[in-house]
Design a protein around this ligand. Structure first.
Ligand code: UDX
Length: 429
């Protein structure tokens, strides 16, 4: 029989995607969460995470009888051959990862784990956590494996089912192979290694991506000063296969649930072994500077911001998600509010009230009386707005497009002055 009995602890982005995708591959999956309300909703197929394809997979798994939801990790693992820990590891004091959720679950399930099962850490955890989990479990018969996830929000299901690679690390090669076999159907390149290396891969990869983005944002700043256009520059760079076209889009800074947390954690990991990872520290600093640069650019374009009404287009940390965790849009909004700007925000997926701004559910309403529009999230629908209508609603004519996302011709036709990132401003006619 191909299908294995699997428990997944934690039903956030990573856990729910892992559980639903493993069920779709033919495994029998029990997902556990501490939140009884969430479990009850998932049980009837209600998925609150905005993730293409995820709700369908959950329903499919429920219908096929291969996906169950229960409250409490200890109620999920009794029959499991493999237990995935997909728990939050938020940034704790000083930037280090807070492992309390992983540790308390390890202790809670210790006596429930069946003989010979494998426990897999999927959360991003500092090097050495697999060893620590093994010590907490105190079970000679249970192997611990690290299997980092590389899912991007907004394409998590696709990323899971079509991964660039699968990384499985354990000090028990047999356990690593058992875990790798769960994904055999995916046909992806699979790299087996020791546990510490697998834990390191995730940090090394995410810090590299963050560095790439901070570098591109720094290049964009230079482009503005020397009269070059960053879009042409990155296109010219990206054709070099060693560089690649992806992750070369400048923006208002990078954010989300992973890159900020993982860069800080990597700096702390390095410090703990006496190394100053100044490259990654500079990456984080450049990101803060990029957020401040958005504010400076807006001030240059419209004058002092105190009392100036500004429409904020986009709040999510990137398009395709309703996630506000460490969103650069919120960071920029906070800096604008700090200078006294009056903010009216619109995001197609966010309508709840937020501190420091008024959130409205219509982009034209957000633009009413605004001296400037600042676009912070690259929602596709912003490209096709009726920009003449936006212009008519505004009191001024400045649009700051921090994602170089809008069509300059459409804005020019609407009589708006478009300011991008890393390129010359396009004056209104
Ligand atoms: C990221 C990693 O990509 C993923 O492999 C890891 O497992 C989790 O963290 P995610 O946080 O979902 O995924 O978002 P991602 O698409 O990587 O974007 C991160 C941030 O960088 C966003 O704020 C995004 O807007 C920004 N970004 C991304 C850019 O500014 N320019 C780009 O070219 C790409």
């Amino acid at each position: 029989m191909f299908g294995r009995r699997i428990a997944v602890v934690g039903t956030g982005y990573v856990g729910l995607t892992t559980g639903a995708c493993l069920a779709s591959l033919g495994h029998h999956v029990v997902c556990a969460d501490v939140d009884a309300l969430k479990v009850a909703r998932l049980d009837v197929g209600q998925v609150d995470i905005l993730e293409p394809g995820l709700a369908d997979l959950v329903l499919e798994g429920r219908k096929a009888g291969r996906l169950e939801f229960v409250v409490g990790a200890e109620n999920a693992v009794g029959d499991a051959e493999v237990v995935f820990l997909c728990l939050p590891t938020p940034m704790g004091a000083g930037g280090a990862a807070d492992l309390s959720a992983v540790e308390s679950v390890a202790e809670a399930v210790r006596d429930q784990l069946p003989y010979g099962c494998v426990v897999v850490c999927k959360s991003t955890v500092p090097v050495g956590t697999s060893t620590r989990v093994a010590a907490l479990l105190r079970r000679e018969d249970v192997a611990v494996v690290s299997n980092p996830e590389f899912l991007r929000e907004g394409s998590a299901v696709r990323d899971f089912l079509h991964p660039d690679r699968i990384v499985v690390g354990s000090d028990s090669p047999q356990a690593a192979e058992r875990v790798a076999a769960l994904f055999a159907k995916l046909g992806a390149p699979t790299v087996l290694m020791d546990a510490a290396s697998a834990e390191m891969v995730k940090y090394a990869a995410n810090c590299f991506l963050a560095m790439k983005l901070s570098y591109v944002n720094a290049v964009a700043e230079l482009c503005e000063l020397v009269g070059a256009d960053v879009t042409s520059v990155t296109e010219g760079m990206g054709h070099d296969r060693r560089i690649g076209q992806s992750f070369l889009q400048p923006g208002p800074g990078w954010g989300g649930s992973c890159l900020p947390k993982d860069t800080h954690a990597m700096v702390r990991i390095a410090e703990s072994v006496g190394v100053d990872l100044d490259l990654v520290r500079a990456t984080i600093d450049t990101n803060h500077r990029q957020q401040q640069r958005v504010v400076d650019k807006l001030r240059d374009a419209v004058g002092p911001l105190a009392g100036t009404r500004v429409a904020v287009y986009g709040l999510a940390f990137k398009a395709g998600t309703n996630d506000l965790r460490d969103s650069p849009a919120l960071a920029v909004a906070e800096l604008l509010a700090f200078e006294g700007a009056e903010l009216v925000a619109y995001d197609p997926e966010i309508s709840r009230p937020l501190v420091g701004m008024t959130v409205v559910d219509d982009p034209y309403e957000a633009a009413r009386g605004a001296a400037a529009v600042v676009l912070l999230t690259e929602w596709p629908q912003f490209r096709t707005l009726d920009w003449a209508r936006v212009a008519a609603a505004m009191s001024g004519s400045v649009v700051l497009d921090t994602r170089n996302h809008l069509d300059p011709d459409a804005l020019r036709r609407a009589g708006l002055a478009l300011h991008g990132v890393g390129r010359r401003a396009i004056a209104k006619i």
